[in-house]
Design a protein around this ligand. Structure first.
Ligand code: COI
Length: 354
């Protein structure tokens, strides 16, 4: 693929690596590419980061025809940069796009675009411990029409943001409230796709949770409101009597790259992993009878996030005495060890930038 590069004449000052937070700063450049029915994907370019022109009637603005991804670039101790399983994000975006009636971007093209942009802004990959460069590819239609029809013109864009921890408290355990009023996904819907609409519908519950002093919500299935599915910004796993439970990928749950990686690690370490529906009542019972040993979320942004409290309709369970569990800490250290190049990558997950 030919990529035209126009470098900024006005590079920004880099933020202090000690207080990056999440998604607050953008690098100097972004990647853009267009699609239409006749030419397919064309006009790949890297340009200075800046506003994108949108038609007021763009279908993405009215009918949410948009998908996105999230992955990271990591600085190794020797100064080189690596990506983590970028082909998984490419494949997931293809699945999301198929559901949203959007064109496929071939895996090689997606990975090439990500690499090309990160190379241009390589200096922005932070060096401080616990930091990385968050990569946000997204696709939308800018086609203007108010009638509800499928679109033929799409834009693919990638922006980059140097980040620290997703939650302000870093690896401090987060409190989660189980949402029993609103639902996020039902089978046949878009729950498995990474599309903006899924996140828009979750915000009302997130706002409600924050008002109650909680960080996130745990979604139940949209039909019976009985089985645990995922958290607003991550998948979730429960260690009950030594076994690891997590919701199956069957149409309503996001197939997380971190989720998949953690399950592979757990299996390699000899843990029994149960990818089956887990009833909220059974989970709360385990919380009360002492068999719920650890709870943690998994996601690219959140990495591995210990959970200390679950609140279901006012019934509160405290996990691992409000402290990070031993397995959660071990998984965090091992996974981030691979990502930052401190652990041998026996799975073959990392991809060098150069
Ligand atoms: C990610 O983990 O990459 C996501 O896209 C979640 C988002 C809420 C930051």
């Amino acid at each position: 693929m030919e990529i035209k590069i126009t470098r900024t004449s006005n590079p920004k000052e880099k933020p202090d690596e000690g207080s990056l937070g999440f998604g607050k700063y953008m690098t100097d450049h972004m990647f853009l590419m267009n699609y239409d029915g006749e030419e397919g994907w064309h006009d790949a370019r890297i340009v200075p980061y800046g506003p994108i022109e949108m038609l007021p009637t763009a279908v993405a603005l009215h009918y949410a025809q948009e998908t996105f991804e999230g992955l990271k670039a990591y600085r190794r101790a020797d100064g080189t940069v690596q990506l983590f399983r970028p082909e998984m994000n490419a494949r997931r975006m293809m699945n999301s796009n198929a559901r949203l009636c959007m064109p496929a971007m071939p895996e090689e093209m997606f990975v090439e675009a990500v690499k090309a942009l990160v190379k241009v802004d390589e200096d922005w990959v932070p060096h401080a411990p616990e930091t990385s460069l968050y990569i946000r590819p997204f696709m939308f239609t800018n086609e203007g029409q108010i009638g509800l029809h499928t679109s033929h013109h799409f834009t693919f864009c990638i922006v980059l943001s140097p980040v620290g921890a997703y939650y302000a408290g870093g690896l401090d355990p987060v409190k989660i409230v189980v949402e029993d009023e609103y639902v996020r996904a039902v089978k046949g819907g878009t729950g498995f796709a990474k599309c903006g609409g899924n996140y828009a519908v979750s915000m009302i519950a997130q706002a409600k949770a924050e008002k109650m002093g909680y960080s996130q919500v745990l979604w139940l299935d949209g039909v019976e409101r009985k089985y645990v599915e995922e958290v607003g910004s991550m998948n979730i796993m429960f260690k009950i009597a030594g076994k690891i439970y997590t919701a199956p990928i069957d149409g309503t749950v996001l197939p997380g790259v971190t989720r998949d990686s953690i399950l592979q690690i757990l299996k390699k370490w000899g843990y029994e992993v149960v990818e089956e529906r887990l009833a909220i009542d059974d989970l709360m019972k385990a919380g009360h009878d002492g068999t719920l040993e650890e709870v943690f979320g998994t996601g690219t942004a959140a990495v591995i996030s210990p959970v200390s409290v679950l609140n279901y309709k006012g019934d509160i369970v405290t996990i691992h005495d409000n402290k990070i569990g031993d397995l959660t800490q071990k998984l965090y250290d091992y996974l981030t060890g691979i990502q930052w190049g401190k652990e041998e990558d026996v799975f073959g997950w990392t991809v060098p930038l150069n």
